[in-house]
Design a protein around this ligand. Structure first.
Ligand code: GDP
Ligand code: MN
Length: 379
């Protein structure tokens, strides 16, 4: 789960990480009122769940009333990476001498929380990682003991020369680590962390992502949720007992079991295709699930063919076939579907599907090949 910058900075502020004075706004009038309160100059910042807002023109400095109204008018309603800007943050403009990057995330290689710090702040960290990976210092944190004060100072010494800033930095890093752990975050990032003109550290941006599997014990975080369109679909699927993750390809997958769903995506890729989703309809034989799953797949306009891959165990292939038949009856499906049934009652299932014009195949490989071929022919 992702949250907006203004929400991340509210959490930072709760932990006494310094942030600038700022007010969330939904209209040009709001922005004007906020600027009256804060005093010019201010920075108007798009609040969308995407990074790189600065580059996209979604962060603007306003020194005068006119610039302020212009900035608010330009940014509200703007499209950034597919998100429409509905809210902006009006923040007191901060003069700074240096920008840094600090971030906490989970490193799967070391199975640990890792602290990343870089003097190359203000630009997207992915770019630094590509062009100048040595500029990112990484510190693996022992999960048992957490971020130790000496380690926080070590990190701070990598970034700052001035001992006053080292102390401030170490203190701030310990707070950031506490934020990360307390909220079950998967990312807590400050970019840029700046040295202000008066020589103090301040978080000018904030980004946090959270582990969806921990949200059940993070009610305050969950309240901040503003699901994106894709997330809405995924939440809806979960309520229907389906595990669904949207991807960018054009082959819709309907599979029983997470392992088989992973293997199905792999095999589509091996044959040169791109899966449109991960979808596990689970281990029961409820025809309604097939209908719900088909609805999900067809709601995605990118889907040009559907590959149904069922390995019957507790799930009986004839039940799935019945579900497919009712889906075909109830819905107006005009994209090609290939079905591979194997395991419990596969023969019965295939018999039922004979009266449809669906393509049935015997192996996963054939199913993938056929789905890719059919997708390429669908307009
Ligand atoms: P991002 O592009 O989505 O990461 O948005 P940021 O919040 O990081 O803003 C982009 C850039 O705008 C920052 O790297 C800063 O250089 C600049 N910026 C943001 N806030 C201020 C501010 O208060 N004063 C000044 N001078 N620059 C700012
Ligand atoms: Mn940033």
């Amino acid at each position: 789960m992702k949250i907006h910058e203004y929400q991340a900075k509210q959490i930072f502020a709760d932990y006494e990480i310094p942030v600038s004075d700022e007010i969330l706004c939904q209209s040009v009038e709001d922005v004007e009122k906020a600027a009256d309160k804060l005093g010019l100059p201010v920075v108007v910042k798009a609040q969308v769940l995407a990074g790189g807002r600065g580059k996209a023109g979604g962060v603007k400095l306003a020194k005068t009333k006119e610039e302020l109204v212009d900035a608010a008018n330009q940014i509200l309603g703007m499209d950034i990476k597919g998100y429409t800007v509905e809210k902006v943050l009006t923040a007191k403009a901060i003069s700074f001498t240096d920008e840094f990057y600090v971030g906490l995330t989970i490193d799967r290689n070391t199975k640990s929380v890792v602290f990343m710090a870089s003097a190359e702040g203000g630009v997207e960290i992915e770019e630094v990682a590509k062009d100048n990976p040595d500029a990112i210092h990484k510190f693996v944190i022992d999960a048992e003991i957490g971020l130790m004060p000496f380690q926080a100072r070590q990190i701070a010494f990598k970034l700052f020369d001035d001992i006053k800033l080292v102390r401030q930095g170490a203190d701030l890093f310990e707070k950031l680590y506490r934020v990360f752990m307390d909220t079950d975050a998967s990312l807590a990032e400050i970019n840029p962390l700046v040295i202000t003109a008066d020589g103090n550290l301040m978080a000018l941006d904030g980004k946090m992502n959270f582990d969806d599997n921990a949200l059940f014990r993070q009610s305050e975080i969950l309240e901040m949720r503003e699901p994106t369109e894709d997330e809405k679909t995924e939440i809806e699927a979960k309520e229907k007992g389906l595990s669904f993750i949207k991807l960018d390809g054009n082959i819709g997958c309907m599979v029983n079991g997470a392992g088989l769903a992973m293997a199905t995506m792999d095999i589509i890729k091996i044959y040169g295709g791109e899966p449109a989703n991960f979808l596990d309809i689970g281990g029961s034989s409820n025809p309604q699930k097939v209908i719900d799953a088909m609805n999900l797949l067809l709601a995605d306009k990118n889907v040009k063919a559907v590959m149904i891959n069922i390995f019957g165990g507790i799930t009986r292939c004839d039940d799935v076939a019945k579900g497919i038949i009712s889906a075909l009856e109830q819905m107006n499906i005009n994209i090609p579907i290939v079905v591979r049934l194997s395991g419990t009652n596969a023969a019965e299932g295939l018999e039922i599907l004979k009266k449809t014009n669906l393509v049935t195949v015997a192996s996963m490989g054939e199913a993938a090949e056929k789905a890719i071929e059919m997708a390429s022919q669908t307009v």
